[in-house]
Ligand binder design. Structure first.
Ligand code: ATP
Ligand code: MG
Length: 391
């Protein structure tokens, strides 16, 4: 008898010394959170693997695989079977059944790859591969062996049980969510910042979002869009806190009090400062932005330099070296593009100059800011009046 299982491989965390068990516990909790609503499953630890079993029931690959694919820290998911009976005869029979199911009567090439972690098993792995290969070949005339570049590789893993699988579904990789400190992401409704947020979450950073909202210049729809983006990110992270910071008053104040061509730089600096205030409240150790070097006027090296100097926390810019098309491809892949593409205004674009500076000088910007006597108060108020949305 063979029972359907999902064999889950994790990549990078396999290498992490003493923290390993913490990482693995996080992965198990994430797996549980995503699949427990659908049945009673076991998540079994095996060296280098986690095995999802549905003892007694029939595990539904199509239902569970999409639920697992969004978990950061998993390298691959292999739908396979676990054999109750570890005898060589049983391995041959189940391997044949597996290949019949997988290939039907299509003409295909295959090879058998055996890993024997359980040295108590009496046959060496090479011999198992050869013998099982020969057994299958005799009974499936539509198959040929090709050890170099086969259409199908039947993996036989001999551990405390025997597992068979022939399909490796690659997942996003990364590190278990929230295994790596917290950061505050400046999340607009654009294409870039949701991708940046996702990328840092993938590296195990616990993320929360800050959106600067300037009603009536930015509409309720623009805010809804950011909430929908935050929800999409929460599909990967399990939870997400979003701050909606009212920025109208501060923005109008800047509009009246700074040179128009430098408005965007001052506004971005105010955003960094507000983001940092929230980060400090929430014990976050960094900010995240969706900036990409050279993409727009405020993202020249001089622009980034002038904006960056407004805060002291490290600013993570995972998109810094990416082209727009690469960012769009990623946004499509993770399901944020469609939401970002909705046509609602962003507060950065409402009073924007026709010819913004592309090479702001930090000392001039700082001098101008010294004269903004109301800025600190307006920042404090904006942060104090932020709406907190837990997703
Ligand atoms: P995005 O596609 O993320 O909106 P962008 O290409 O439009 O980015 P900018 O408008 O220059 O670039 O914004 C740069 C970064 O500043 C954004 O990626 C985001 O991190 C932050 N940001 C801009 N506007 C807002 C906002 N209204 N609320 C929160 N963060 C913002
Ligand atoms: Mg934008």
């Amino acid at each position: 008898m063979a029972e359907k299982v999902l064999i889950i491989k994790y990549g990078e965390i396999a290498m992490r010394g003493n923290n390993r068990y913490l990482f693995i516990n996080r992965l198990i909790s994430a797996i549980r959170r995503n699949i427990d609503p659908f049945g009673k499953y076991y998540v079994v630890r095996d060296p280098g693997r986690l095995i999802v079993e549905d003892r007694g029931g029939e595990l539904d690959y199509d239902l569970l695989i999409p639920k697992l694919k969004t978990i950061f820290g998993l390298a691959a998911i292999c739908p396979g079977v676990r054999l109750e009976d570890m005898s060589f005869e049983s391995i041959c029979e189940e391997s044949l059944l597996h290949m019949q199911e997988f290939c039907g009567d299509k003409e295909m090439t295959f090879k058998v790859d055996t890993r024997r972690a359980n040295k108590g098993f009496p046959m060496p792995s090479m011999e198992v591969s050869m013998e099982v290969g020969a057994y299958i070949l005799e009974r499936m005339p539509n198959l040929k062996v090709d050890v170099k570049n086969p259409d199908v590789t039947l993996h036989i893993e001999i551990r405390n049980s025997v597992y068979l699988h022939s399909k490796i579904i690659r997942t996003y990789g990364g590190l278990p969510y929230a295994s790596n400190g917290r950061a505050v992401s400046l999340l607009s409704g654009g294409i870039d910042s949701p991708v940046a947020t996702w990328m840092m979450a993938k590296r195990g950073v616990e993320v929360e979002g800050v959106y600067f909202h300037s009603p009536p210049y930015t509409s309720e729809w623009a805010k809804e869009k950011v909430i929908d983006l935050a929800k999409r990110i929460a599909d990967f992270t399990g939870e997400f806190r979003l701050y909606v910071v009212p920025f109208t008053e501060l923005q109008l104040y800047l509009l009246d009090n700074v040179a128009h061509d430098k408005l965007t730089i001052h506004l971005k600096r105010a955003m960094m400062r507000a983001g940092e205030m929230i980060a400090k409240q929430d014990d976050a150790l960094a900010l995240i932005t969706g900036e990409s070097v050279g993409q727009v006027a405020s993202q020249t090296m001089q622009g980034i330099h002038a904006i960056n100097a407004a805060c002291t926390l490290p600013v993570l810019r995972p998109l810094a070296g990416m082209d727009k098309q690469e960012i769009i491809n990623r946004a499509e892949e993770i399901g944020t593009f469609e939401i970002s593409a909705r046509p609602y205004e962003d507060c950065c674009t409402v009073f924007v100059a026709k010819h913004p500076v592309t090479k702001p000088r930090l000392n001039f910007i700082e001098k101008a800011e010294h004269r903004l006597t109301e800025l600190d108060r307006l920042l404090d108020e904006a942060v104090k009046n932020a709406e907190v949305i837990e997703l």
